[in-house]
Design a protein around this ligand. Structure first.
Ligand SMILES: [Fe+2]
Ligand SMILES: [Fe+2]
Length: 182
């Protein structure tokens, strides 16, 4: 019976759904930038490209820090990677809403992320956590600068502030695990 098959598919929990894959509708997307000065649009484009490429780097760092070991650290690294993937999603959407495009040069940030991720992984847990704290602290600093670098529309500013809050959470997580290592 096809109906019973359908019933076996459970809906994802609200939280997971909202966090990882927000439900999108036509209303979720807005064309942005109308009435803004060319100078402000130029600053917005530069900032969004920076955020998009930094998040690309962050995903790659965590991706290459993860090992096959069943450990608390690996579970948190996978969570962090997933969280950074949602940040890429946020800024890629905003770029397109403004009529911009991601930079074709973002592969360079992929390479930098690989180097940071892989070299810290082979140096062990402490190096992984220290790299996390260092990179996330730089990210929070950048976020602060970029929030002031342009006159943002309300929605985009809210996204940047929310993602910056996530980065604070990452710093706290890595610092706590570092402290536990002693
Ligand atoms: Fe991020
Ligand atoms: Fe982060």
């Amino acid at each position: 019976m096809p109906d019973s098959n359908v019933k076996q598919v459970k809906a994802p929990s609200e939280n997971l759904h909202a966090r990882i894959r927000p439900e999108m509708s036509e209303q979720s997307i807005a064309w942005r930038g109308k009435g803004m000065s060319p100078d402000n649009l130029r600053r917005i484009r530069k900032a969004l490209l920076t955020l998009h490429t930094l998040e690309t780097m962050a995903v790659e760092i965590y991706r290459f820090q993860i090992t096959r070991e069943d450990s608390e650290l690996n579970r948190y690294l996978i969570i962090a990677m997933c969280n950074e993937m949602t940040h890429i999603q946020d800024f890629q959407v905003k770029l397109f809403e403004y009529g911009f495009r991601p930079t074709p040069l973002r592969w360079a940030y992929w390479v930098v992320g690989f180097v940071f991720g892989f070299t810290s992984r082979i140096r062990g847990h402490r190096a992984i956590l220290k790299t996390g704290v260092w990179v996330e602290s730089k990210a929070v600093h950048h976020y602060g600068q970029l929030l002031n670098a342009a006159d943002w529309d309300h929605d985009t500013r809210a996204v940047i502030e929310r993602d910056r809050f996530d980065e604070h959470g990452h710093i706290e997580r890595w610092q706590t695990l570092l402290d536990e290592l002693g």
